[in-house]
Design a protein around this ligand. Sequence first.
Ligand code: PLP
Length: 400
Amino acid sequence: MSLDLLSIVEEFGSPVYVYDADKIAYQYNRLTSAFKNVHQLRLNYAVKALSNISVLKLFKQLGSGLDTVSIQEVELGLRAGFDPEQIIFTPNGVSLEEIEKVSAKGVQINIDNLSVLEQFGSKYPDVPVCVRINPHVMAGGNTNISVGHIDSKFGISIHQIPHLLRIVENTSMHINGIHMHTGSDILDIDVFLYASEILFETAKNFKNLEFIDFGSGFKVPYKANDIETNVEELGEKLGERFNEFCQEYGGELTLTFEPGKFMVSEAGQFLVKVNSVKQTTSTVFAQVDSGFNHLIRPMMYGSQHEIVNISNPHGKERFYSVVGYICETDTFANNRRIAEIKEGDILSFKNAGAYCFTMASNYNSRYRPAEVLWYNNQSYLIRARETFDDIIRNQIEISL
Ligand SMILES: *Cc1c(COP(=O)(O)O)cnc(C)c1O
């Protein structure tokens, strides 16, 4: 059997997120083989991209570790069957208390500011810690998604390395990894290699490293002619340089990445139904049974998700503005060429695996969509559509 999206809508209703497990496995294996020249490679899937527990179990099966940013993501990972040692905690701006709680579970801690480093190191000098370095290299040049610039809230500036070293010495704490995550787009491999050199230089300050974590930033195509990170070229170049560095360093280190989008973006599709087709003086609107309560990336980041009319895939193309049903401007696509749309048609948003469901909300008191995993030629419901009970659950009705 092959993946039949229309029958998934028939069975589970709309709107619904559908994820293809084969595509996730393909991406995982693609990245693994790109770095086959590296002796020890570890991929920690970034849970925040798509955090459904069944998806996490799939990553466990593939041999992946997890990258987490909240104690709740850690709990999800443990619930999915990961060992604490397979999880790294890379939060930003969380309390020392949360870091202590996660550390107590045996999860690798990654600290990204000197104040917390000093406090944690003073209290737990024997717990190995990774430090997040900000090499101040702009990846992609878009300040919305670049976290490497000088005033970024992420990471410990390379200009603060002397202070970092003093804290490590004063507390006798043990640094076992160094990390960077420069932004969302590796467009230019040479720029990434340049940032890596800064990380290698930093690494030389620490004698007992076990791993170097290069974060993520793998770019996937969203629309025709989009640039995609050439992971094969990156694997070849960075892999070779990494092996060379291990020789200089005098020990075998693990090369780590923590990709989210690369792993799941293209595996996901979001299926919605067209409620109405509305002509105005300047455009034709296709209004669907969704909005930024279910998929906010187009409004928040200006992301252009390809939209296909799967009810009429070979229809004559016309221009549409695809909008939602929220009482707020919620334009998914402007003036987009799509096969002719009738009311009741099902549209598919591509690249809906990463940062789509996980950013969904109940705005307008709407239910969050169902999620379906296509696995071993079968569709599995992995999250039920919400009901009114979910809307009212934590609300407390006082007598007035
Ligand atoms: C979000 C995040 C990632 C994943 O980024 P992608 O662009 O989805 O691959 C990796 N590492 C950290 C620390 C993150 O916050």
